[in-house]
Design a protein around this ligand. Structure first.
Ligand SMILES: [Zn+2]
Ligand SMILES: [Zn+2]
Length: 289
């Protein structure tokens, strides 16, 4: 099988065609470049030691000014799974020549994720999601940067499906927002994996320990969508492009009276502060109201 763009042997056949290593890399970077068009300030890359993160770092250093990039890992717990993640991300950032550091839930909020989970009544993903988002928002504010995450096209589709089932149409449209950058949002998971192979990324994927014990709806969507793509390659990308044309919902915000961060218009106290009160954690105040 040949690359669809040149005469070389294809090393990967994905939903968008067969590619040689060079053209796969180029095609991924090109899509990422479009996602960050018009941005020229500092970018804070939110990374773990997983392959999506490492690919995000690699892609960004090739399409953006290295001096304006930095990578950070938000560490929820204290287990060895988390420390390994930091090691992998740190080494890779060093190899690429970008600044890297990590922060822990404990130092930012006073509790680890495990401590929150054992004290609170919601699922681990609730605390993890809310506080992780807040951690990044806070760090970005401190750095005067925008956050970029390694979410892929598949991740976006799973999120959209979950929101569809909840009937939250606004949250589906919010996927179009550029408050946070997602350079890989038009790149398939399988392409990210192939890219990682092509550049020789040293990844061992370790699933979140909470996911392993409670397989989510998200994990099941993954399988179904995979089958759908097999039957009709390119479906997800077409869906993503159509969604984009619908624009973003009007952004109405009010500000949390405790921490000062933006929250939904019908709230006085944000979700992070609410959860922090439940479990006895603290939320850092917004620096520039
Ligand atoms: Zn080629
Ligand atoms: Zn708050």
């Amino acid at each position: 099988m040949k690359c669809s763009l040149c005469n070389k042997r294809a090393f990967f056949k994905g939903p968008l065609g067969a590619y040689c290593e060079e053209h796969l890399i180029e095609s991924v970077r090109e899509r990422a470049r479009k996602e960050i068009e018009g941005v020229n300030g500092k970018i804070l890359l939110a990374v773990s030691g997983g392959k999506d993160s490492l690919v995000l770092m690699d892609v960004m250093t090739h399409i953006y000014d290295k001096e304006k990039l930095m990578a950070v890992t938000v560490v929820e717990g204290a287990g060895s799974y988390r420390l390994k993640e930091v090691e992998v991300a740190k080494k890779f950032a060093q190899r690429l020549g970008i600044k890297y550091y990590y922060v822990t839930f404990k130092e930012l909020f006073g509790l680890t994720l495990d401590e929150m989970v054992s004290r609170g009544k919601f699922s681990p993903c609730t605390y993890c999601g809310v506080f992780r988002r807040r951690a990044l928002e806070h760090l970005a504010e401190k750095e005067g940067a925008v956050v970029a995450t390694g979410h892929t096209l598949d991740d976006e589709a799973h999120t959209a499906l979950l929101n569809f089932l909840r009937g939250s149409w606004d949250d589906i449209l919010k996927l179009n927002s550029r408050v946070r950058l997602k350079p890989l949002r038009k790149v398939y998971e399988v392409e990210v994996t192939a890219y990682a192979k092509a550049i020789g990324v040293p990844f061992q994927e370790e699933e979140c320990p909470y996911i392993v014990t409670r397989p989510s709806l998200r994990a099941r969507f993954r399988e179904r969508l995979f089958e759908l793509e097999e039957e009709k390659p390119g479906t997800l990308l077409k869906w993503r492009e159509t969604l984009e044309r619908l624009g973003t919902p009007e952004r109405k915000v009010s500000y949390c009276k405790l921490c000062g961060y933006p929250t939904s218009p019908n709230r006085e106290v944000c979700r992070a502060c609410e959860l922090a009160m439940e479990v006895g954690a603290r939320v850092p105040k917004r620096l520039r109201p």
